[in-house]
Design a protein around this ligand. Structure first.
Ligand code: ZN
Ligand code: ZN
Length: 405
């Protein structure tokens, strides 16, 4: 049996880029260590969900870990709340929320409170409270965005939004969409009223009033869903799992799966992160558990920025870290390297383009690919969907059982 290291360079896949002479970032990158492992291992393309489906990082990580995303992905509310860094529990009800500006007649004047940029952490802190027996957690996100979470007995996501999705109309009361949603609607309406008072008197808004800036004096929420209960990773796969991820969305999913956190301090979730520290923590963690997922976010950030050059350079940084940390470990580990989806710099968004993958372990077949990239791996062994990945990794590590006699 070997232990498994799954490195996910977030949004790794790409398309040919004019600033890279028509090559993809992966193709243009100088990456001797990645190329060595790919050449001496098996390679191919992975459709994270299925051909033509554009994955989010949440749905693809769920799928890679062996969970049916169509069953366990309960909407953007819960998963964005996971991404906010709130430590959610199964059964929590979570909403996407906005700081907004409403006038004295409760009419929405700005759904985004002037795209407020500062002070939202202080405002958010003031909105954690208890109503009846329900704990309410509120966490700021980027600009006007935030997450609203309810934890308590008898709650349900079967309630209407209070976000009218347009301006110059009144903020509607939350209404239950079924009998189950009655308590939740009552608590949300109470939360809205209390938060109006708290925000109105808050120092951050007092300063905004003095400067005649739009006040963040109301909370609009939408898209409520229940945080899913994921079957425990160890029970599901029969091995102990761990994770390393600076991005709270990925960390939150792994945490829900009961995996152990080995994330070292000082990682950033962007291109300035310390990849060496992450890989070292992974090698160390694999003394304790059988499988570790490492998410490295910088590739996706560069893709969203539309910066193919930066993506190429970040891939080179990953390669140097692999060279420094993993080349001495390569005969004792199954090392898999892929992305959770493509984020082509030309699109600045995720795409359904399949993602290159290599799996290297001692004694594996050799596909002989010289330059590991989106095109070359078409000549490789593998063509798979994300939900095949755990099976493939377990069998590579001699941890799978025979199907049949
Ligand atoms: Zn992603
Ligand atoms: Zn992304």
């Amino acid at each position: 049996m070997m232990k498994v290291l799954l490195i996910i360079a977030d949004g790794l896949g790409d398309r040919p880029s004019p600033v890279l002479g028509g090559k993809t970032p992966l193709e243009a990158a100088i990456k001797p260590n990645i190329d060595y492992l790919a050449k001496n291992g098996i390679t191919g393309l992975i459709d994270p969900i299925a051909p033509g489906i554009i994955p989010g990082s949440d749905t693809s990580h769920l799928t890679y870990l062996g969970y049916d995303a169509y069953k366990y992905y309960t909407g953007r509310g819960p998963f964005e709340a996971l991404g906010s860094g709130l430590k959610l529990e199964p059964g929590d009800i979570a909403f996407r929320a906005n700081f907004a500006t409403v006038d004295g007649n409760n009419i929405v004047r700005d759904r985004r409170a002037g795209r407020i940029r500062s002070g939202t952490d202080l405002l958010a802190k003031s909105l954690n409270m208890k109503i009846e027996d329900t704990d309410i957690f509120f966490k700021e996100g980027i600009e006007h965005r935030a997450a609203l979470v309810l934890r308590g007995e008898g709650l349900s996501p079967e309630v209407s939004d209070n976000d009218p999705h347009e301006e110059n109309v009144a903020v509607p009361k939350v209404v239950p969409l079924s009998k189950k949603g009655e308590k939740t609607a009552r608590i949300l309406n109470e939360f809205y009223d209390r938060s109006r008072k708290i925000l109105n008197e808050h120092e951050v808004n007092r300063e905004k009033r003095e400067k005649s800036m739009p006040e963040a004096n109301a909370i609009l929420f939408r898209g409520g869903g229940v945080v899913p209960e994921l079957p425990n990773f160890e029970i599901k796969h029969g091995i102990k799992g761990g994770y390393i991820a600076a991005v709270s969305l990925v960390a939150g999913i792994c945490r829900l799966a009961g995996m152990k956190n080995f994330t070292p301090s000082g990682v950033t979730g962007s291109t300035d992160t310390n990849v060496v520290a992450k890989l070292k923590a992974a090698v160390e963690g694999l003394k304790e558990v059988d499988f570790i997922l490492v998410n490295i976010k910088g590739t996706d950030i560069a893709g969203h920025d539309g910066n193919g050059m930066k993506k190429k350079e970040f891939i080179e940084k990953i390669d140097r870290a692999i060279g420094e940390v993993l080349m001495n470990e390569k005969d004792s580990l199954v090392i898999a390297f892929t992305g959770d989806h493509s984020t082509p710099a030309s699109l600045k968004e995720h795409s359904s383009d399949p993602v290159p993958i290599f799996i290297h372990y001692k004694g594996s077949r050799r596909d002989g690919i010289e330059n590991f990239n989106e095109m070359s791996v078409r000549g490789g062994t593998l063509r798979l969907r994300g939900n095949d990945l755990m099976n493939l990794l377990l069998s590579s590590a001699n941890m799978a059982e025979k199907f049949g006699a």
